[in-house]
Design a protein around this ligand. Sequence first.
Ligand code: SAM
Ligand code: SF4
Ligand code: SF4
Length: 339
Amino acid sequence: MPQPAPMQPTDRLGRPLHDLRLSVIEACNFRCGYCMPADRVPAGHGFDAAGRMDFDEIETLVRAFARLGLRKLRLTGGEPLLRRDLPLLVARLARIPGIVELALTTNGSLLGRHARALRDAGLHRLTVSLDALEPARFRALSGGRGDVADVLAGIEAAQAAGFERLKLNCVVQRGVNEDQVLLLVERFRRSGHVLRFIEYMDVGTCNGWRKDRVVPSAELRARIHARWPLHALDRHYRGEVAERHAFADGAGEIGFVSSVSAPFCGDCHRARVAADGAFYSCLFAGAGRPLRPLIAQGEDRVVEELMMLWTRRADRYSELRGAAPQAPRQRVEMFLVGG
Ligand code: SAM
Ligand code: SF4
Ligand code: SF4
């Protein structure tokens, strides 16, 4: 049966709803200091299944988003590969009409075990976070829990399973892992994967963010360019967050996500839903809007609510960040909304 054309609501700044980050679990097996510091988030956090949406609820929710024009869905967490039977969920979501890209962001530690099943289930794209290549540094950055060899093996397994052009995300912090940048570039030039350097953001309330820890993309780009000349590429589409650059010698592409030094709120077409079903209109939002009670009333009710939430949206936190000092306030944690 032909599907009705999606409604295309825009928010108060004229931005459509094209993109959803959906967390499937709050738990994580790492404790990266910029996201889920070990001294602030206890070891067993987020493993209680009762608080999270089940697969039926998630499917109803995503179908409702698709009716409003959603095109890209990214599964995240916490660590999404800790969610039991994730490939079964992927298979259900991959069948929803209108979703042209179904992607997943992972710390890669369990990817070696799950890459094939995710591919077979219909996952299109993978992003793997990788902040260091040196084993000791990697371990420290993961809160003493991760092994970089597992992540590198996971990347290989993903490629062998048929995933192409993985995005490899590195959050750079001044004096912490700056020295890993050229090592990472050297390692992944010519690999066919796209390394992306992300500015350290003031998300949440527990990571002790400091502006002097942010390494602006322009500075990193200059450092990389001095070693391997780069030239800028056009964006693939409006709303793409990474600025793309190609190596002049044809060794592929890298990207920079400059959320702090060059905010892109004007093109932010993204909603976020936490594993417990709370809706957030911005990465820096305070309280979320609980959707589970509405999901229980069916897809039409969710469409109605999302329409209301999206058309009221006026967030542009990152653009305002530099304009005036903002009063301390409640903010959702990164491990709840997944980036
Ligand atoms: N656990 C998965 C992972 O690490 O890829 C998915 C969830 S994690 C919250 C998603 C992304 O957010 C990761 O690439 C991580 O590096 C990034 N991230 C977390 N905290 C950040 C911060 N304060 N600034 C910038 N990026 C951050
Ligand atoms: Fe876990 Fe990802 Fe957050 Fe690191 S960034 S603590 S891997 S959720
Ligand atoms: Fe989007 Fe909010 Fe980030 Fe601006 S600050 S780009 S509105 S998530």
